[in-house]
Design a protein around this ligand. Structure first.
Ligand code: NAD
Length: 496
């Protein structure tokens, strides 16, 4: 794979990253003139000086987004016209697939093969899907009395502020901007300070596709500065947030204490995966459990980080799991066959190492991994780590680690596994493996999670809602349900 590595590296050498904000269709420096350094977790290389947006930049972006909304340069287009432009936007993303994938890999550390095959494709697909959907959504007439007609129509909320995390930068951005734009809103997007580069390119491609200036603006910056200002802004009608539960709570407080903007939060997870002794295919269960926890270096909100396995098959399960480990050793993200890349930054590396340390200290048994890898590269890599003998009240079983660490908990009674699986502040996803259909339904119904996987863990589709119960959030991204987040319902009574 040396050839491929070299060709991606050559391309990386040619890429020029522009870290300025995109406001009203223009590339602009921060009002303060300040920048922050964006460096790569792959090997520490410098990528760009990025505009350090703060309240002044958010003010500027919200003002142009408001102006664009008021003059209806986008909202006033027919759904069919918006659809055509969004499809062009999706096509342009695919036309820049290599550039965007490479930027995502350098910025965030994920393997290039995942960035190409998943992140870029899924981002384009999301934008295309909402574009194609929007001229097929009908309004309603209510079944009211004889002398009146009540129309129930959807209208865009106005200016949407979107704040997204660093783990799937393009994809998380698309889950917000695609439905918000499709229904006619203007958007101000604040990407994570840890991976801001692809969002800025998306704004340029949107302009090239024909989304009018001012409709989709991107302001990079830190959470406590730009993010805080956006969620507090008095002229933002809706804030759509994806990130940690800690910051999600701040966002809801900010929304409430400013203008009571609609506030949606898609937050963290600590998803349980219950494998019963009668699981239909042990190899498949092992492959899915391991593949899903270590995908994206474990930096996935829905990673099945707590594995509940029935005691009678635990040894067989772990033996197969350990046999898969060589495939998941961290390697160069720019090589085409790498499946495990770098963590996003030094802070994340330190956090994961602290959790590994706490697992050891609290008495869990380290089966494999547990150490930093590839330190000589200047990047941030952790070996895939499995702890056996974990108890549900240990820190590694309670808190979201957001790294390649799997906690294994044995169970004897399925009701006990369900009880422990639900014993968490989170409720994003869950898995269950059994060939008994009644048991599968009973467990799926009992699990308090927004998504339950039965006898698989990797299915995903833009057509299904994504979101959590409890402190995993209060809304749903994806599917037509997401349109509810970005529209107001209006009733119009007409006397007859
Ligand atoms: P984070 O909460 O630290 O940051 C998310 C975003 O919020 C970033 O853009 C950040 O700059 C901004 N932010 C930080 N402080 C802020 C503040 N005071 N005011 C306003 N904005 C602020 O999360 P992260 O580390 O970027 O991402 C990881 C988290 O995201 C994990 O908990 C993960 O589970 C969650 N996540 C959830 C989903 C989902 O759909 N439920 C998807 C992906 C990630």
């Amino acid at each position: 794979m040396t050839t491929q590595h070299n060709s991606w590296n050559e391309m990386a050498g040619r890429l020029q990253f522009d870290g300025r904000a995109v406001i009203n269709g223009e590339r602009v420096a921060a009002v303060s003139g300040q920048t922050f350094d964006c460096t790569s977790p792959v090997d520490g290389r410098f990528l760009a000086a990025v505009a350090r947006g703060d309240a002044a930049d958010i003010d500027a972006a919200v003002a142009v987004a408001r102006a664009a909304f008021e003059d209806r340069r986008w909202a006033g287009l027919s759904p069919r016209s918006r659809k055509q432009i969004m499809i062009r936007f999706a096509d342009l993303i695919l036309a820049h697939k290599d550039e965007l994938a490479l930027t995502e890999t350098l910025d965030m550390g994920k393997p290039i093969r995942n960035a190409r095959a998943t992140d870029v494709n899924a981002c384009a697909n999301t934008i295309r899907w909402y574009g194609e959907a929007i001229d097929k959504v009908y309004d309603e007439i209510a079944p009211t009395g004889d002398n009146a007609l009540a129309l129930i129509t959807r209208e865009p909320v106005g200016v949407v502020g979107a704040i997204v995390p660093w783990n799937y930068p393009m994809l998380m951005a698309s889950w917000k901007i695609a439905p918000a734009l499709a229904v006619g809103n203007s958007v101000v997007l604040k990407p994570s300070e840890k991976s801001p580069l692809t969002a800025l390119r998306l704004a340029e491609l949107a302009l090239e596709a024909g989304i009018p200036p001012g409709v989709f603006n991107v302001v990079p910056g830190f959470g406590h500065e730009a993010g805080n200002a956006l969620s507090l802004h008095m002229d933002v009608d809706c804030i759509a947030f994806t990130g940690s539960t800690r910051v999600g709570k701040l966002i809801l407080v900010n929304a409430g204490q400013s203008n009571l903007k609609r506030a949606w939060a898609e937050l963290g997870g600590k998803s349980p995966n219950i494998v019963c002794a009668d699981c239909p295919d042990l190899d498949r269960a092992v492959g899915a459990a391991i593949g899903s926890i270590f995908y994206n270096q474990g930096e996935s909100c829905n990673a099945p980080s707590r594995l509940f396995v029935e005691r009678s098959i635990k040894d067989a399960f772990l033996e197969r799991a350990l046999a898969l480990m060589p495939k998941y050793q961290p390697a160069d993200p720019l090589a085409d066959d790498t499946v495990m890349g770098a963590l996003v930054d030094k802070t994340q590396l330190d956090t994961v190492m602290r959790y590994i340390d706490s697992g050891r200290k609290e008495g869990a048994k380290l089966l494999v991994g547990g150490e930093q890898a590839r330190a000589e590269t200047g990047g941030f890599y952790v070996a895939p780590t499995i702890f056996d003998g974990v108890k549900n009240d240990m820190t590694i079983a309670r808190e979201e680690i957001f790294g390649p660490v799997l906690s294994v908990l044995a169970f004897d009674e399925v009701d006990d596994a369900i009880r422990q699986a639900n014993q968490t502040i989170y409720g994003l996803q869950a898995g269950v493996w059994t060939r008994d259909i009644n048991k599968a339904h009973r467990i799926a119904r009992a699990l308090r999670a927004g998504t339950v996987h039965v006898n698989q863990y990797d299915e995903d589709d833009i057509t299904v809602p994504f979101g959590g119960y409890k402190q995993s959030g209060n809304g749903r991204d994806k599917s037509l349900h997401a349109i509810d987040k970005y529209t107001e319902l209006k009733t119009t009574w007409i006397g007859l």
